[in-house]
Design a binder for this molecule. Structure first.
Ligand code: COI
Length: 361
């Protein structure tokens, strides 16, 4: 398959330096967008074509666009970090590109070549480099590659044309409280995904499905919802948009990828970073009873959530119909914070990148 060359059509009306800088102070998450975006089309019989870097602008969509009706949509999230020498590097774009291909297969969409995915992210970051926050803080430039169906029609079948886009947004802490521990509502009746379903694809429907449970979590005074498996309602799977880790002293354990969980890039990175720091790390099944009992008997010392947007966020309290408990003393745990610091140090270019994860631009 040939990779289309990305043609640059720069914005004639970018934000002024002052406007851009204002939106980069406490950027929050996903509220401001850079001046440009990448668009690449796919058409049946022609493949990928018309790759462009164009001014960020609304899309014009026919009301009968298939995505609006049948949700053939997939996305990714990755970050670009300012390095100590002022250059910029993205974190593991190849891992995101490969996961994007897996999501495309599951949603019966065309696979974008890995090199095109990376070239599209690179082109946008290079063009809008001024939007990458300064080195050293919590901030980064969050990239959101995504693909939608663009055929117009109401028949239920795969679209015969698609649009791939990359947009970018300066990002601070995902949770308004920063690295403050979050509270979790353990949803024992709602499930996020079922075996054989879409749980391991990064598609909007999984996030839409999480919103009601997330609202119920908020009603219970919690920040996030955690799901159990759909068959036995027993095994801990993940949060609405993040993976989970359980810390047993010197060992960290994350739920096994059963097919109904998302294979998080941060999750995978931490399995390795933990070993670099001298901890044991493994995938395994953790039941809700084990979570409760191991907290009570003191063997489960910390719990944290992880994802590209949220990096690593400690879990402070857990509530369920059966009761409520606090992880450790409710404050961020030592292992959680050491892993967080090391991962961020690699991403910011101050710890050695022994795994070759950083992709310089
Ligand atoms: C990410 O962490 O990049 C995600 O896509 C999760 C989303 C809830 C922001």
């Amino acid at each position: 398959m040939t990779t289309p060359t990305i043609e640059l059509k720069p914005s004639s009306n970018p934000l002024s330096d002052a406007e851009r800088e204002a939106s980069m102070v406490n950027p929050g998450f996903g509220r401001h967008f850079t001046d440009h975006m990448v668009t690449i089309k796919w058409t049946e019989g022609r493949g990928w074509h018309d790759a462009q870097l164009v001014p960020y602008a609304p899309l014009s969509i026919d009301p009968a666009n298939m995505t609006l009706h049948y949700a053939q949509e997939i996305f990714e999230g990755l970050k670009a970090y300012r390095q100590p020498d002022g250059s910029v590097a993205t974190f593991r774009p190849e891992a995101n590109a490969k996961r994007f291909q897996g999501s495309a297969r599951r949603l019966a969409m065309p696979e974008l070549p890995v090199e095109t995915f990376i070239a599209a992210c690179d082109a946008l970051v290079k063009q809008d480099e001024a939007w990458v926050p300064a080195h050293g803080g919590e901030e980064s430039l969050y990239l959101r590659p995504f693909m939608i169906a663009t055929e117009v029609g109401l028949g239920v079948r795969p679209s015969n044309e698609y649009l791939f886009l990359v947009i970018a947004s300066p990002a601070g802490a995902y949770f308004p409280g920063g690295v403050k521990p979050v509270s979790i509502w353990l949803s024992e009746n709602r499930v996020r995904a079922v075996p054989g379903g879409l749980g391991d694809a990064k598609t909007g429907g999984n996030y839409a499905a999480s919103l009601l449970a997330q609202a119920e979590a908020a009603e219970k005074g919690c920040d996030q919802v955690a799901y159990l498996d759909a068959v036995e309602h027993k095994w801990v799977e993940e949060l609405g948009g993040m993976n989970l880790y359980f810390v047993y002293g010197n060992k960290i354990v994350t739920p096994t990828l059963t097919g109904s969980l998302l294979a998080g890039v941060t999750r995978d990175s931490l399995l390795k970073v933990a070993r670099d720091l001298g901890y044991e790390s493994e995938e395994g099944r953790v039941s809700i009873d084990q979570w409760r009992e191991d907290t009570a008997n003191g063997t489960l010392t910390e719990v944290f959530a992880c994802g590209t947007a949220a990096v690593i966020t400690p879990v402070g309290t857990v509530k369920s119909e059966g009761g409520e408990w606090t992880q450790g003393d409710g404050a961020p745990g030592e292992v959680t914070m050491k892993l967080r610091e090391r991962l961020l140090d690699i991403q910011r270019g101050v710890a050695e990148d022994t795994h070759g994860w950083m992709h310089p631009l």
